[in-house]
Write a protein that binds this ligand. Sequence first.
Ligand SMILES: NC(=O)c1ccc[n+]([C@@H]2O[C@H](COP(=O)([O-])OP(=O)(O)OC[C@H]3O[C@@H](n4cnc5c(N)ncnc54)[C@H](OP(=O)(O)O)[C@@H]3O)[C@@H](O)[C@H]2O)c1
Length: 304
Amino acid sequence: MATKTGPRVAIITGCSSGIGLSAAVTLAKDPAKGYIVYATMRNVAKKDNLEKAAGATLNKTLFIIPLDVTKQDSIDNAVKVVFDKHKRIDILVNNAGHGSSGYVELVSEQQMRQLFDTNFFGPVNLMKAVLPIMKKQRSGRIMNVSSVAGITAWPFGEIYAASKYALEGFTESLSIGYRAFGIWVNSIQPGPVRTDFIANMGSANNQPEFLKLAEEKNIDKESREICQKVIQLLVANPNFEKENQTPEEIANVIKESLESKKPHLRNPTSQLRYDYAKKYFVDPYGDEFCETIVPHIIPDSLKK
Ligand SMILES: NC(=O)c1ccc[n+]([C@@H]2O[C@H](COP(=O)([O-])OP(=O)(O)OC[C@H]3O[C@@H](n4cnc5c(N)ncnc54)[C@H](OP(=O)(O)O)[C@@H]3O)[C@@H](O)[C@H]2O)c1
């Protein structure tokens, strides 16, 4: 979907793998040639997979440039490179992000701040960098890749959920205030997606690893049992496999939203995700969500 002046110019963060890579390639391969994509990554030495997937679109409708979302000079530089070349920026997809899970008692403040730097302040600083341009254009689209953890928070993912809830709140507020300028800001809430996301959390965030760490750090037996029950509950979910989407499916939802004349504020990525969200948004007290988990994870020793 091009503008009157030609293809829409898009910046996407975190394109070395997963959803970012798929979104960049999906837009760059648009049959209508509606996009020029700046597929950014913090370490361009990791560009091989993207280059392969981009194929003939490389350096035609897909360009790879560096961008570390935690560094202001890197943000400013990337935005400048794109703006100097095209004199416009039509789309920002804030995709770069990290996971985190484990016992909150064992997560240092520094680890929490690092996660927020990537998942929250990075997207915010990028939005601040492109908004003045979009305002002058009187048009723009900002898509923030949030998570189902940004609308319902499971145990042991406290910091990750907090970072995505923060992003959701920011998105909602901004979205309402900037509509007058023709700027649409929205978010997407994938459930599990088959990417390197879990592997990239690092061993300290890997569930068997953090159970081991919990034992070493003398986390009480009941808390460890609760954690095991949470893992069982997740795996025993009959929809567990069905819930896993591919990065291409998520990329298509992003593209569809970018091409909608009136995009939704929030974008569940499948019917299953839509039904899940619907269940919790109708309960203003939030009890329904808590009650689907709490009774299943109480250790026998703590049952009253
Ligand atoms: N996979 C899921 O189950 C799932 C579910 C819901 C939401 N999400 C969200 O989807 C987004 C993409 O995740 P993914 O599943 O595609 O995982 P992924 O394959 O691990 O991709 C994450 C991307 O973010 C990049 N990144 C991390 N820190 C960065 C920084 N400081 N600056 C720039 N880029 C940075 C990574 O770059 P490096 O290669 O350099 O590390 C990588 O390109 C994340 O925001 C995640 O929270 C994922």
